[in-house]
Design a protein around this ligand. Structure first.
Ligand SMILES: [Zn+2]
Ligand SMILES: [Zn+2]
Length: 423
C-alpha cells in the first residue's frame, strides 16, 4: 500500500493544527464583533452548484475540480471554494428573508486539482465570510475592513500588506467593456499566449490575470473598466473608497484586478503580503456577486464576501515574525515516587483536571527523574510529588519549577494551592 498522504495534501501536524485553531479562534472573536454567524456546508455538492455558480469558463471549473460519480450515478464535486455552497445553502433554507440581510462565516478545507507548490495545495484550508441581502457601499467597506483587521489581528504588520481594490462593473456596463477588451485582445492576439487566445471568446477579462510576461505587457495598454463604468457603478465604487478612507484603511486602486471567478460584480479586492511566494502573494480576497443567487435559481439578492487561505496567511505571518500562542501542554505534572501511590496520583491528576487545570501524569512507569524531565518538556510550571511518606501524612509536595521552591500541602487543599501558585 501507499502509506503517504496523497500528492498536494498535507497533514496539519500539531504545530500547524494549533496555528489553524488560533486563526479560527481569532476569526470567531473578531467576526462576532461584526455580527457574523457560523455556517458549515458539506465538503461536496451537486456539480452544477459550482459549474453554474463559479462559471463554465473559469479555470476552476475547467481544470481544477474533483468531480466524481457516487454509487447512484450523481455527479458530485468536492468544493473548490465555499461561496457557491453558502449561497446554495442560504437559498435552500431561506436564510435571507426579504428586506433583511444575513452575515455568515465558515472555515474548512477546499479542494482543487492544481500543480502543488509552496502555498498552493490540492486540499487547502480557508476561512471566509459572506453577507447576503445588502447592496450599500458601506457594507463593501465593512467587509474589506474586516479582512484587513483580521490580518492585523493575527500579527501581520500593516506595512507588510497591500490592499488592492477595483470595480468590475455590472450588467449595465460590463458587457460593452468586455466586447471592447475582446476586440483589443483580438488585435493584439499575436503577442498573447496560447491560453489567452483560446479563452478570447469565453473569458477575455481573464487575460488581465495571465502571468505570461508577453500578456502582461500587452494588457498594460488594454482599455480599463474604470473608465467605462456606468453612473451607478461609478457612484458605488466612489462611496466604497470614501468609506474606507473615513476609517483609515489604506488601499491601492488596481484597475487590472479581475479575480479569477465569473460571478463578481462591482467591488473586487485582494490583500497581498510578503510571504516569500513570488507571484502567489495574495493571502485573501473577494468581491461582490449580485447575480449569483439568480444563477443558482433564487430571487435576486445582492451578496459579497471574501476568503483567506490558511497556508498563505501562515507563510505571511512567519515572514513577519508573528507569534502563534503555544500554551504549555500541562501546567501541573503529578509525579509518583513509587507504585504504592499510583492510585493517589491518578485521583489527584483527575481532580485537578476536573477543576479546570491542565494536568498530566506518567503512564509509562518512568523513574522520578524521568518524570521531572517529562514535566519540563511539557512546560509544566509546577510538579506535585506524591510518595509513600507524604501519602501516609495525607500530604503532597508542590515544587515550583522556576524557583525550585518546595512546599508541603494537605492533599485536600491541593487545587487551591496549585491555583494560588499558577496565579
Ligand atoms: Zn496569457
Ligand atoms: Zn455599471
Amino acid at each position: 500500500m501507499n502509506a503517504r498522504a496523497p500528492k498536494g495534501t498535507s497533514d496539519l501536524l500539531p504545530e500547524t493544527a494549533r496555528a489553524w485553531e488560533y486563526l479560527n479562534r481569532t476569526a470567531q472573536g473578531l467576526f462576532a464583533r461584526y455580527g457574523y454567524e457560523p455556517l458549515y456546508t458539506p465538503a461536496f455538492e451537486h456539480t452544477e452548484v459550482f459549474t453554474r455558480g463559479i462559471g463554465e469558463a473559469t479555470d476552476i471549473v475547467n481544470k481544477e475540480m474533483y468531480t466524481f460519480q457516487d454509487r447512484a450515478g450523481r455527479s458530485l464535486t468536492l468544493r473548490p471554494e465555499a461561496t457557491a455552497s453558502v449561497v446554495r445553502s442560504a437559498l435552500e433554507h431561506g436564510l435571507v428573508p426579504r428586506g433583511s440581510s444575513t452575515k455568515l462565516y465558515y472555515a474548512g478545507p477546499m479542494f482543487r486539482y492544481e500543480r502543488p507548490q509552496k502555498g498552493r495545495m490540492r486540499q487547502f484550508w480557508q476561512i471566509g465570510l459572506e453577507v447576503l441581502g445588502a447592496s450599500e457601499p458601506s457594507v463593501d467597506a465593512e467587509v474589506i475592513m474586516l479582512l484587513w483587521r483580521y490580518f492585523e489581528a493575527v500579527g501581520i504588520p500593516t506595512e507588510n500588506m497591500r490592499l488592492l481594490l477595483n470595480s468590475m462593473g455590472d450588467d449595465e456596463c460590463r458587457p460593452a467593456y468586455r466586447d471592447k477588451v475582446a476586440g483589443f485582445i483580438r488585435s493584439e492576439a499575436t503577442g498573447l499566449c496560447e491560453e489567452c487566445n483560446r479563452r478570447l471568446d469565453t473569458n477575455p477579462l481573464r487575460t488581465f490575470d495571465c502571468k505570461n510576461p508577453g500578456c502582461i505587457s500587452v494588457m498594460a495598454a488594454a482599455p480599463l473598466l474604470r473608465d467605462e463604468l456606468c453612473g451607478p457603478c461609478a457612484q458605488h465604487y466612489s462611496e466604497v473608497r470614501t468609506s474606507l478612507e473615513t476609517v483609515g484603511i489604506p488601499y491601492s486602486e488596481e484597475p487590472r484586478l479581475v479575480r479569477g471567478l465569473d460571478y463578481y460584480t462591482r467591488t473586487v479586492f485582494e490583500v497581498q503580503a510578503d510571504a516569500g511566494l513570488g507571484s502567489q502573494n495574495a493571502i485573501g480576497g473577494g468581491g461582490r456577486y449580485d447575480r449569483l443567487t439568480e444563477v443558482l435559481g433564487g430571487r435576486p439578492t445582492p451578496g459579497l464576501g471574501w476568503a483567506l487561505g490558511f497556508e498563505r496567511t501562515l507563510l505571511a505571518m512567519r515572514a513577519a515574525g508573528a507569534k502563534i500562542p503555544a500554551p504549555p501542554l500541562a501546567d501541573v505534572y503529578v509525579a509518583r515516587v513509587d507504585d504504592t501511590v499510583a492510585a493517589e496520583v491518578f485521583v489527584a491528576t483527575s481532580n485537578l483536571r476536573d477543576e479546570g487545570i491542565a494536568a498530566e501524569m506518567d503512564h509509562l512507569r518512568r523513574s522520578l527523574k524521568a518524570q521531572f524531565k517529562q514535566a519540563d518538556r511539557l512546560g509544566a510550571r509546577l510538579v506535585v510529588v506524591i510518595g509513600p511518606e507524604e501519602s501516609a501524612l495525607g500530604e503532597v509536595t508542590v515544587r515550583d519549577m522556576q524557583s525550585g521552591e518546595e512546599t508541603r500541602v494537605r492533599i485536600e487543599a491541593l487545587t487551591d494551592a496549585v491555583r494560588a501558585r499558577l496565579g
